[in-house]
Design a protein around this ligand. Structure first.
Ligand SMILES: [Zn+2]
Length: 257
């Protein structure tokens, strides 16, 4: 905790202990990292020079492009089985089609980030259209979550589709206090491969990196299929899962969601 507190002092990222898991041999969520856009506007080494202050063998699990109930529900079940909390970057259109699944993701303690309304290539459209994609996406996610189509996100996390952004778009999100998430490594689960191949690929990449923000896509059946085995791999190889929440989220409110 002393090291965590010192780190928090220099980075503005607060760290607290995670809630206890009823299953004692589960992987569990080892700690909660609160991320502040003021000091940490962008993270993820695939796109940016800086990332989250993770220790060796610490991972942050992120899932993009859902919700897609048939596969998202399997991913949620695997996470629940191991008491692991993740972050889901939702496509607003999908959130508006499956509000119950959005509520379930939040109810099970995961963070809900935003990923535009319709997943365009954001560097190839005018800034006003990009802004509208960001706002419509947030509004659709908030509508599904809380019944109010506000463009002020309750979780100030955003990820660009295809990791493609202009400087003006990055500046816009920073001015709105929204953290832009890239990733440190990914499963390449958009490529055709078997679940076995995906599991081998992502665990090899993780072993090479040693830690990091990992990107998956919960609508992918192969990703849903490997999630129990992937979490088992984390547990058996001494990895610890860190749950990211926006700055200002207290432990109590994180639990209540
Ligand atoms: Zn995406």
């Amino acid at each position: 905790m002393a090291a965590g507190a010192a780190l928090a002092a220099v980075t503005g990222i607060a760290s607290t202990e995670a809630v206890e898991c009823p299953r004692k041999d589960a992987l569990g969520t080892s700690r909660i990292l609160s991320v502040d856009a003021k000091t940490t506007p962008r993270v993820g080494l695939k796109s940016f020079p800086q990332t989250l202050p993770l220790a060796d063998h610490e991972v942050v699990l992120t899932f993009d492009d859902g919700p897609h109930p048939p596969t998202t529900s399997k991913v949620l079940a695997a996470l629940a089985q191991e008491c692991v909390r993740a972050t889901f970057f939702l496509i607003g259109l999908h959130a508006s089609e499956h509000p119950d699944m959005v509520k379930r993701i939040a109810r099970e303690g995961h963070s809900i980030g935003h990923h535009t309304f319709s997943h365009p290539f954001m560097a190839r459209i005018p800034l006003d259209k990009a802004k509208s994609e960001i706002d419509r996406g947030i509004a659709a996610d908030e509508m599904a979550l809380h019944g109010t189509p506000t463009t002020t996100p309750s979780t100030q996390f955003f990820r660009f589709p295809y990791f493609e952004a202009t400087q003006a778009e990055l500046d816009l999100l920073q001015s709105r206090g929204i953290v832009v998430f890239g990733a440190d490594l990914w499963a390449s689960d958009w490529n055709e491969m078997t679940p076995e191949q995906e599991l081998k690929l992502v665990t090899e990449r993780l072993a090479a990196a040693g830690k990091g923000i990992i990107l998956f896509h919960d609508p992918k059946a192969r990703t849903a299929a490997i999630m129990p085995a992937f979490l088992r791999y984390l547990r058996e190889n001494g990895y610890r899962v860190v749950h990211v929440v926006p700055a200002g989220t207290s432990q109590k409110s994180a639990d209540a969601h």
